[in-house]
Ligand binder design. Sequence first.
Ligand code: UD1
Ligand code: CA
Length: 456
Amino acid sequence: MAFATLILAAGAGTRMKSNVPKVAHPLLGKALIRWVIDTVHEAECDTVITVVGHGREQLGFLVDDTISVVQEEQCGTGHAVMMARSHLETLKGTTTLLILCGDTPLFTAHTLKCLVATHEVKGADASVLTFIPRDPTGYGRIVRNAEGGIERIVEQKDASEEERAITEVNSGVYCFQLGALLASLDALSTNNAQGEYYLTDTLEQIRTMGGKVQTCLCADANETLGINDRTQLATATALAQQRINKAHMLAGVTMLDPTSVWIGPDVVIESDVEILPLTMLSGETVVGSGSVIGPNTRITDSKIGSLCVVEESILDNVVLENRVTVGPRAYLRPGTVMRNDSRAGTHVEIKKSDIGVGSKVPHLSYIGDAVLGSEVNVGAGTITCNYDGSAKNKTIIGDRSFIGSDTMFVAPVQVGSDVVTGAGSVITRDVPNDALAVERTEQRIVENWVSRNKKD
Ligand code: UD1
Ligand code: CA
């Protein structure tokens, strides 16, 4: 089943009232158009062509694994397909073309595969995925003949009173025999209420040329939801959230309240994970078996091992090995690796650092650009002064070292293993293994100072 896909995404999306092109808006952390592209890949599509126009300079990286075609002026869905004509003509060996829109993120690969399969099995020249919405307003209606076959699609704005009463509508997803589609494009005109080239008119044209046109009904109308404004974005988010959370729960993930857990479509969660309320997991995040995440936690593009606990924290591009505990209220930033059995505690920020096996940073610390060996204990309030105003410098601390509270490491600085630093020390020079490093002025005692200074 080799087929190519054309994704229409040139429209302005004016109803989003946004400076960002509509299809770049994120749904559970992933841009709308990426949902569509990734789903067609999942449905085993070989070649993906995207038609872009409005705000295309902001779309670049989102469509860079597709052949992207520019439609400068948006003269309708049929016109968008015409823009891709020369690319479509070069798709030698591919006879089936799936067409869908960049703003309908919820179609499943299963639905798309079914459409392509029925299209091919029936030897159709064009197949339309239809559905029956609660309210058909705004959609193209499916006009059928006496035998029940599809006659044509009529847009809301061109429809007669009777046609508007039709409840079955066009989802905007089609499958074409490529040759038939290309042959029908030339016959399109702008002779309609919107003065646009309608892709939907190709169906009637293909039929007139003797081609076979058929429909497939999409059983789950929720899949067809198109995003035109932000209320629909919220509706789609809720639908995607329900679908994703249900799948995770059925696969062995516990959620105290799935309505307050938001998980991106590409997140992988092993069984026996527990996710507590107000938690968002997004990007390429993986959570290992037996870990407890949340409440009130945001994790992006991170790999969490098994039996970890992450409580009230933010993790972005980090790796936790196994049995790592984080939080409450830690902020782990990109490039942080926490080895087995390590800990980042309360009000701790760690950036681009490697925290060794069993090492602990329990309270109120900033660790940046550092490498900590194993079993290091970092006292409360410790800071790596990694930035000198122009460069970021490294702090290296050896195994089993015991860092006194409020130690400042003025980087670059290297501390050996089994070292002790005195509380409050500012460490500016390297410390050899097994040494005590203490930097403090001597404490002064002024006898009876308090009573002498009493004003009464
Ligand atoms: C279209 C269908 C309608 C169907 C509905 C489903 C036509 C004529 N009508 O209507 O039958 O029920 O989708 O949602 O096709 N686009 C471009 N270039 C253009 C115009 C549109 O790339 O010049 C893209 C848009 O970005 C969008 C998609 O095509 O992703 C659909 O366009 P839109 O204007 O929303 O079509 P509808 O009026 O909703
Ligand atoms: Ca639309």
